[in-house]
Design a protein around this ligand. Structure first.
Ligand SMILES: C[S@@+](CC[C@H](N)C(=O)[O-])C[C@H]1O[C@@H](n2cnc3c(N)ncnc32)[C@H](O)[C@@H]1O
Length: 211
């Protein structure tokens, strides 16, 4: 290519290019990919304003296997602020389980009837079809490492569960988690797609496979 050809090539400004890239990324996200693709972790990009940090594939799989074992044959599973576990469960083709995704981020409404809009600030503001104590296990990963957030999320967890609880949150929340939910720390250490500044752990109130 000569210099003169170079000069004639139309150029987009970096601003226009960025806007175009963002537009295409959004289009890709809104298009229903169908099939198994729609359950890929990361198909919905992390929004750090919403404290979204997705689990690694390995961790999502391990947690999905754990809740399947804990829920038992044909069980009901509630994923509260833990969308990657929901996605992994559906990717595993566990149609024999009833699984709901409780999420604040309405992009996850792409999962239709299984999506339940949920804001931890209104912990019991749930649709009528969600009966009290109707889930064999609740897995939850509250968005913030604060007592207020854990306290309110705990109200939801206790309302939903028949008994079993798997909580994922910071190691610093250990004491409060024990007080609020009677859960104990597991040996298994959850990992994320990015390294987080805070040490993360899992907590359970039953004999789990996470030790
Ligand atoms: C720390 S992330 C946990 C995600 C988990 N690591 C995963 O990979 O599935 C917290 C989750 O809480 C959700 N969230 C943000 N604000 C919320 C709110 N007000 N009420 C309930 N959930 C909220 C986020 O969308 C995000 O999915």
């Amino acid at each position: 290519m000569t210099d003169s050809e170079d000069d004639d090539t139309p150029q987009l400004s970096s601003h226009t290019l960025a806007a175009l890239q963002e537009f295409y990324a959004e289009q890709k996200q809104h298009a229903d990919p169908g099939g198994d693709d729609k359950y890929n972790i990361g198909i919905i990009e992390e929004n750090w304003q919403l404290s979204q940090f997705w689990y690694s594939q390995e961790t999502a799989l391990r947690l999905a296997q754990e809740v399947i074992a804990a829920a038992g044959e044909g069980g009901r599973i509630a994923c509260v602020s833990a969308p990657s576990v929901y996605q992994k469960l559906r990717e595993l083709h566990r149609e024999d389980f009833s699984i709901y995704i409780f999420e604040y981020d309405k992009r996850f409404a792409m999962y239709g009837e299984e999506f339940i809009f949920y804001d931890y600030n209104n912990p019991l503001d749930l649709p009528e079809k969600i009966a009290a104590h109707s889930f064999d296990i609740v897995i939850a990963d509250p968005p913030y490492l604060s007592e207020e957030c854990l306290k309110k999320t705990s109200e939801t967890i206790k309302y939903l569960t028949k008994g079993k609880i798997l909580l994922c949150t910071g190691a610093v929340m250990e004491e409060q988690a024990a007080q609020l939910l009677d859960v104990r720390m597991c040996k298994f250490i959850p990992e994320h797609t990015r390294n987080l500044a805070n040490e993360f752990r899992c907590y359970v109130n039953y004999d789990s496979g996470l030790d």
